[in-house]
Design a protein around this ligand. Structure first.
Ligand code: NDP
Length: 287
């Protein structure tokens, strides 16, 4: 039997109506959550992401500000802009669209954002909180992917989870979230030997590789949950890391690309922004 589709679009619509209700509640208290996105240069893929983020904000009632800086912006000018947004009370979340042009220091830029305004969850403080199991901002893509996994209704405790990819923004936090759910987690990467031997054990397989069609049906355990994080542009088409047509015949559940994890990532960004505004309100109420 073909796999059930984990539909990121439908899940997002559902979640976004809940987020919109939380925004309304904040507005009643005189607070409108605000998200600022800094875009340096004119990378076409980044332009699309930034536009979609703006649209998402509009949909749920979040104030959105896009700061466009020229490709030749200096580190100093970028950090000055971040500092300005750190001080701006209307802004609860700041996101620096990655990748930055090569001459800029991404790590330093991300570290400049106040941890409480880091809605991407990339700041060292938030990454550290996540590692230690302390409440903090959770990176949007793994957070969205975990939500999708949970909608299967399966008990995740004790399940074998395999994550392909160990980046700081997807692979590692994804593995940590699955560990928190009491999965037995394996992280695979480009030096992993006999990759398919690992992936075939997986009850939950997350692909975050950046190579179109990398996961083939022979690499998948029958009935597994397969989460495709990949976004690869090939001949004008957007393809995932999973050979969708082949793998859907083996897996129990699968996410499509587009319309899967990517959609959820933006929804989780909206969620994190509203959460940041709620947290700020809570702290103010406590004095
Ligand atoms: P990175 O390039 O930072 O990481 C890719 C990972 O894949 C690395 O850990 C790398 O291993 C591993 N890898 C590469 N080749 C192989 C191989 N042959 N076998 C096993 N592992 C391999 O990418 P990201 O984590 O940033 O992104 C991954 C994908 O997810 C991309 O397609 C990206 O566009 C997409 N993405 C999608 C998002 C969404 O919202 N859906 C958000 C963010 C990213 P090593 O560490 O050894 O080099």
């Amino acid at each position: 039997m073909a796999a059930a589709i984990l539909d990121g679009k439908a899940m997002s619509e559902d979640l976004r109506s809940g987020i919109a209700r939380r925004v309304e509640k904040l507005k009643e208290a005189g607070i409108r959550p605000g998200l600022a996105v800094i875009l340096v240069g004119d990378d076409p893929a980044s332009e699309i992401y930034v536009r979609n983020k703006g649209k998402g904000c509009e949909e749920v009632g979040i104030l959105s500000e896009t700061v466009r800086l020229p490709a030749e912006t200096t580190q100093e000018a970028l950090e000055k802009e971040i500092d300005r947004l750190n001080r701006d009370d209307r802004i609860h979340g700041i996101l620096v669209q990655l990748p930055l042009p090569g001459h800029l220091d991404e790590e330093a830029a991300l570290a400049r954002i106040l941890p409480e305004k880091d809605v991407d969850g990339f700041h060292m403080i938030n990454a550290g909180r996540m590692m230690s199991g302390v409440k903090g901002v959770v990176a949007c893509t793994p957070k969205g992917a975990l939500h999708m996994i949970k909608t299967t209704g399966l008990d995740l405790s004790g399940k074998e989870a395999v994550v392909i990819g160990r980046s700081n923004i997807v692979g590692k936090p994804m593995a940590m979230l699955l560990l928190r759910e009491n999965c037995t987690v394996t992280i695979c990467h480009s030096r992993t030997k006999n990759l398919a031997e690992h992936t075939r054990r997986a009850d939950i397989l997350v692909a975050a590789v950046g190579k179109a069609g990398f996961v083939t049906p022979d690499m998948v355990k029958p009935g597994a949950i397969v989460i495709d994080v990949g976004i690869n542009r090939v001949d004008g088409k957007v393809l995932g890391d999973v050979d969708f047509d082949g793998v859907k015949e083996v897996a129990g559940w699968i996410t499509p690309v587009p319309g899967g994890v990517g959609k959820m990532t933006i929804t989780m960004l909206l969620d994190n922004t509203v959460e940041a505004a709620e947290r700020k309100r809570e702290l103010a109420a406590r004095g």
